[in-house]
Ligand binder design. Sequence first.
Ligand code: TPP
Ligand code: MG
Length: 594
Amino acid sequence: MNAKNRAASSIVHDTPVAVPKQADAWGSDAIAAMLRALDIPYLALNPGASYRGLHDSIVNYLGNTAPQMLLCLHEESAISLAQGYAKVKDRMMGAVVHSNVGLMHATMSIFNAWCDRVPMLILGATGPLDAARRRPWIDWIHTVSDQGALVRDYTKWDNQPASVPAAYEALLRAVQIANTAPRGPTYVNLDAALQESKIGAVPPLPDVKRFAAPAPVMPDPRLVEAAANLLSDARHPVILAGRVSRSEAGWSTRMALAEKLQAYVLTDSKTGAAFPTDHPLHAGSPGNFLSPAAAQTLRKADVVLSLDWVDLAGTLKQAFGTDATAAKVIQVSVDAHLHRGWSMDYQALPPVDLYLQCEPDSAVPLLLNAARARPKATPATRDTLPEAAADVVSIRALADALNKATEGIPLCITRVPLGWNGGYRHFRHPLDYIGSEGGGGIGAGPGLTVGAALALKGSDRLPVAIMGDGDFLMGVTALWTAAHFGIPCLILVANNRSFFNDEVHQERMAKERSRPVENKWIGQRIDKPDIDLAMMARAQGAEGIGPVTRAEDIAAAIAKGIEAVKSGAVCVVDVRVLPGYDTALGGSASGQKR
Ligand SMILES: Cc1ncc(C[n+]2csc(CCOP(=O)(O)OP(=O)(O)O)c2C)c(N)n1
Ligand SMILES: [Mg+2]
C-alpha cells in the first residue's frame, strides 16, 4: 500500500472475487440486504460460526460494501471502534459479535457506549435454537436460552427474530430506537438456522424512510419563555455545556446564547468539546471534576442552565456542598428516558426548577431567540497552570510539545489520559475533542481512536490520542485494524509504566492506615520488563517511535509522528513519562476525589 493510497478518503477494501448469479437466496442474504437499505456503512467484527451465514452474505451477496467489514482482533475494540466513529459523525455504524463468547468479550465496550449515549447497531448470533439442527458440542456451548440478557441492562433494546420478516422488523426497530435520543446501542441476535435457511427470493424490503427515528422533541414554548426570563434576569448565570452534538451550527448557537446572556460557561472532559475553552466566558478548565476556578464560578451562580450535563447533581454538590443549591436550575435533557434499575449511570437526582425535556441542540436556538441581552460580564475566572518543570518528561511536557508541533494543524483529540489537565490544550471546534469513553472502562482508548480516525479519514483533521500505557496495552490490537485498512492516526502514549491511578489509591489507603507508602507500586507497576510499546506498534504494521526518555527529544518524536500520519500511517510514540499527575487544577485523576 503506498502513502498516497493510505492518505486517500476511502479505506482499504478487502475485495471478494465475483460471485456467479444464483437463483436462490438465503435468510442471511435478506438480512444483509436490509443492512444495506438501512445505510449501515461499516460492520466492525470478529468472526464466528454462529454468523457464518451472515458473514457469507456480506462478502458474497453484498460484495463486502455498504456495509463493509472491518476485521477487529478483539470484540472489545470492535465495539469501541463503532463508538469512536459515532462520536465523530453523530451517526451509527454496526458491529457483529459471535454468539455468547464474542458478546461476553464485547460487554465492557457496550457498557461504555451505553453510558456515552452513542447510537450503535450490534448484531449477534446464536447456535440454532432448534436443538435438532445443532451441531454436536460446539453449537450447544454457544447456544444460551436468553443471550440478550447478557447486555439487556445496558442496551436500549434487544431482540431475537425467528423469521426473515421478523428480522427486517427487528433491524428497523433496532436502528430507529438506537437513533432516538437519548441514543444508545441496540442488540439483534440472529439465529444461525434462520441465517442458513434457503428462502428462494429475498422478500421485498420495506421502505426504510417510513421507519426513521423521530424528529427531535421541541420544548413547550411556555417553558422556553420562563427559562429565557430566568436567565435574562439573572445576576450571575452559568451554562453547563454537557452532552451536545458535533454540529458547527449548534456550536455557534451556544456561543451566541452565552454571549447574549453574558453567561459563564463550564465544559466537561467526559463529553466532547462544547464551547471554546479560550473564550472569555469559559470559566475554569474542563475535567472529570470541577476545577477550582470552575467550582468558584458555579458557586456564585444564581441561575444554572444545564445542557445535558453529565452528573448535574454531583456537580452542584461539588460547588455548593451539601447545602441546598441556592441557584435556580434549568435542566435541558432527555436522558431520564434511559434511566433504569440496574446501572446507576443516571447519577444523583438533581434539583430542577425548570425542566425542558429535549436535547440541547433543540432548546438553545429557542432560548437564544427568547433571551434578552445582559450587560457585559467581566472575563471568566481561569485556572492558572503551575509552572512546567524544566527537563521533566511529564504529561505536561508531552502536551506542550504536541501543541507546538501542531500549531495551525487541526487535530481531533480522541483520548486524553487520566493525568491530563484540562488546561493543557484549548478546544475551539466541536471536533477538537470527542470526550471520554463514557463508562470508565480502561482499554477503550485504542479502539475509540481508530473509530474516530475512520470517521475523519479524508478530512484535513488529524486524529491524535494521548493515552495511558494501561489503556493502550488493554486495547493495543485495535492498531492492526487501523494499519490493515489504512486508517491514519497518531497515538502518544503517556507511558508511566504503571496503572498509576491506582497507585494513588494505594497511597491513600497506606496513609489512612499508617502503612508504608513505599508499597503502593506492588500490583500496579508494569516494569521489569518494561514493555516496548513502539515494537508492539511495528509488530502490527504501524510505525513505532521511541521509547522517548528525554524531555528534549519529545518535540522531534511528535513532529515525526505527525509527518507519518499526514502521509497516511498509523503511528505510536512511546513517551516514558514520570509517574505523577498535574492535579493542582482538578485534573481528571479519580484518585484525588477519594
Ligand atoms: C476495565 C477496567 N479495569 C480496571 C479499571 C481500574 N482503573 C482505573 S484507572 C486504571 C489505570 C489506568 O492505567 P493507565 O491507562 O496507564 O493510566 P495511569 O493510571 O497510569 O495514568 C485502572 C486499572 C478500569 N477503570 N477499567
Ligand atoms: Mg500508566
